[in-house]
Design a binder for this molecule. Structure first.
Ligand SMILES: C[S@@+](CC[C@H](N)C(=O)[O-])C[C@H]1O[C@@H](n2cnc3c(N)ncnc32)[C@H](O)[C@@H]1O
Length: 229
């Protein structure tokens, strides 16, 4: 079952002017305090996304922008010893932290993590059963979002699924969206992301929407499950 997309006129999504080097250096700097700053609000959203993804034994799942690795741990447990979890993140410090957390959970062997830009995924066509992304798609500049989703589509097998959890602009007059966007425009070094139309972006990339949840942390969030073909 899907919930229908809003018929309200949509205002345009703000651009992102940070270079990849700036983004990498930002996440390297905050890697040690990322969980402290955001886990309380983001963890329940991620959990809902992982429930929609429903990774199962033996699957191959890719996470883009894995941060400190919470979802990698959950997915690695779900796919079991016969499955494999792949992860790509721009920040080498996040990669180090995620590896430490996976090692603590004794799940490192089930994972293959690397540093890189998700605009070009270093994985073969049709090689994944699932792709997961939380609070990452909204970091890409507007023209890059369809490119990233096209890459996700390419690496997914036919019938494979994608789950995206992201800050949403698709909400009734929420003052926090305006405040968030104002900070993003004036202090892009501190607030590199901005709310986007998550479902719309995924639909436009040619995926078939299966579930679309709208939630609220301190800002609206969309959680979308979609299929490739
Ligand atoms: C806001 S954090 C979210 C982390 C994690 N998904 C979570 O929900 O806790 C965004 C992550 O995406 C990574 N990232 C940013 N730009 C990226 C890019 N172009 N390619 C891959 N990863 C990127 C950052 O390094 C960071 O770890």
């Amino acid at each position: 079952m899907t919930t229908s997309s809003s018929k309200r006129p949509q205002t345009s999504v703000l651009r992102v002017f940070q270079s990849k080097d700036q983004t990498r250096s930002f996440y390297n700097k905050i890697s040690g305090v990322y969980d402290l700053l955001s886990d309380r609000s983001e963890a329940p959203m991620r959990k809902s996304g992982l429930e929609l993804l429903k990774a199962s034994t033996g699957e191959r799942v890719l996470e883009i922008g894995f941060g400190t690795g919470h979802s990698l741990v959950a997915v690695a447990k779900a796919v079991g010893p016969k499955g494999k979890v792949f992860g790509l993140d721009l920040s080498d410090k996040m990669l180090k932290l995620a590896k430490t957390n996976l090692a603590k959970a004794r799940l490192l062997e089930r994972t293959r993590l690397r540093c890189g830009d998700a605009a070009q995924l270093p994985y073969a066509d049709g090689s994944m059963d699932g792709v997961f992304m939380s609070f990452t798609l909204e970091l890409f500049d507007t023209p890059e979002i369809p490119k990233v989703l096209r890459e996700c589509k390419r690496v997914l097998r036919r019938g494979g699924r994608i789950v995206v959890v992201g800050m949403s602009k698709d909400a009734k007059r929420d003052p926090l969206i305006g405040i968030f966007e104002w900070i993003h425009m004036h202090f892009p070094n501190y607030l590199d992301c901005r709310p986007i139309y998550v479902r719309k972006a995924i639909e436009r990339a040619g995926f078939t929407i299966k579930r679309a949840l709208k939630k609220h942390m301190w800002i609206p969030v969309e959680i979308i499950l979609a299929y490739n073909g």
